[in-house]
Design a protein around this ligand. Structure first.
Ligand code: PMP
Length: 433
């Protein structure tokens, strides 16, 4: 079975690491006092194989929410190979192709009723940029250019490019450096876990007060991911929907992390029975194979844009609609919908609940929470990432603890025995980090 690296790395791996240190940026790098990255050589199923010795780690992260079917999946490989033989890419201006059209149709069919138009972006952050542009342009076209700010709640995360950074949590978040440079948005308090009428009133009051300058409310529905792995009552989404409708404000759901079954619903919006005006998806869209995201909007938003003085959505990246990514995305969606995914996610949820329950008894643990295929242990201190990661790796599991959180979002195909290894590793990381 999987076991963490026991041997020190050999010369080939040492050289890679040396070159990596000298030349390669990593996410949020260079990290002060960062631990050496592990060199991953290949990945199959739920296992990452490390270079230079055949050590394997069970993947507890799904490569940041995305590899829901696991790695090296024969069906996704075949879809990629088949498309590669036709064309891996072609410009999307003036041309179209079957993979993009089929993907758009699938997304419209599976997403909340009313979303009809699909912009195929190349990353989650860009899909949020596009969502914001759609909303601002919609109001501009309708002769209300003053509606150009966004409202969100604290504790959110929407990506690392410019507009998304402005709606990330402004305090203790990852983009503090840029406060004062980024556009100033309107922030509500972070949503409480359970429904509280007073908080609903707080949301309503803010939306009403800022209605004249608000283009949209943008939130992560039900689960706030990278901003703190917090859950909240779906009822707040209905509050947002009603207040937005009452005050001419558009509603954007960022389902980049929550989409494609992760919370136990196909999209988190379903927990509330709400359709947003605009929805962003990414990450698991291609089963984690390729970089692609999408922004969906309603006919109302699209018509607003096309009635404007400039009747086009002026956005068109080079790799828009990439056929290779689109073909794999179609295959990944078919794979998901072609199985009883609800039962699989439920099984993961039960395994996470059982396996993480003992963490609640550990000293320094503040909270243990599980929703769908997401498990979180929150401690009462800043985690020592190196020690926590080392503990997980020793248990044969790949995790990426940060701030005060040890968490897992395993591939849906994780078997029960591997899942037990993952929860044991989360407990070990929480104990030692
Ligand atoms: N929104 C949410 C909710 C996310 O979790 C992320 C990625 N962590 C993004 C947006 C940004 O996506 P990407 O990293 O693909 O740009």
């Amino acid at each position: 079975g999987p076991s963490g690296p026991a041997e020190p790395p050999g010369p080939a791996v040492r050289e890679l690491l040396e070159l990596d240190r000298r030349h390669v940026w990593h996410p949020y790098g260079p990290m002060p006092g960062r631990q050496e990255p592990l060199v991953v050589e290949s990945a199959s199923g739920v296992r990452l194989r490390l270079a230079g010795g055949g050590d394997e780690l069970i993947d507890g992260m799904s490569s940041w929410w995305s590899a829901i079917h696991g790695y090296n999946h024969p069906v996704l490989n075949e879809a990629a190979r088949d498309q590669l033989g036709r064309m891996s890419h072609v410009m999307f201006g003036g041309l179209t192709h079957e993979p993009a059209v089929r993907l758009a149709k699938r997304l419209v069919d599976m997403s909340p009723e009313g979303l009809e138009h699909v912009f195929l972006a190349d990353s989650g952050s860009v899909s949020v940029e596009v969502a914001v542009k759609m909303c601002l342009q919609h109001w501009r076209s309708l002769g209300r250019p003053g509606k150009q700010r966004l409202l969100t709640w604290r504790g959110g995360y929407h990506g690392d490019t410019w507009q998304p950074m402005s709606v990330c949590d402004p305090e203790g978040g990852m983009h503090e450096l840029w406060q004062g440079v980024l556009q100033r948005q309107v922030f509500a308090d972070a949503p409480p876990v359970a429904y509280e009428e007073a908080y609903a009133d707080h949301l309503r009051a803010l939306i009403e007060r800022h209605a004249d300058e608000l283009a949209a409310v943008i939130v992560e529905p039900v689960v706030q991911g990278a901003g703190g792995m917090r859950f909240h009552s779906p009822a707040y989404l209905r509050v947002l929907r009603e207040a937005c409708d009452a005050h001419d404000v558009l509603l954007v759901f960022d389902e980049i992390a929550t989409g494609f079954g992760r919370t136990g619903a196909l999209f988190a919006a379903e927990h509330a029975g709400v359709t947003p005006d605009v929805m962003c998806v990414g990450k698991a869209l291609t089963g984690g194979y390729l970089t692609m995201a999408a922004t969906l909007c309603t006919a109302r938003v699209a018509e607003g844009i096309s009635r404007g003085e400039v009747p086009v959505l002026a956005h068109g990246p080079t790799f828009m609609g990439n056929p290779l990514a689109a073909a794999v995305a179609c295959a990944s969606i078919d794979l998901l919908l072609g199985q009883d995914w609800r039962t699989e996610v439920k099984r993961i949820e039960t395994g996470l609940r059982d396996g993480l329950a003992p963490a609640a008894e550990l000293p320094g643990v503040r909270d243990v929470r599980v929703l769908g295929a997401i498990g979180v242990v929150q401690v009462d201190h800043e985690i020592d990432m190196t020690a926590a990661t080392r503990a997980a790796v020793r248990e044969g599991v790949w995790l990426r603890p940060f701030r005060d959180l040890v968490y897992t979002m395993p591939p849906y195909v994780t078997g029960d025995a591997d899942l037990a290894r993952i929860t044991a590793a989360v407990c070990a990381a929480a104990r030692e980090g």
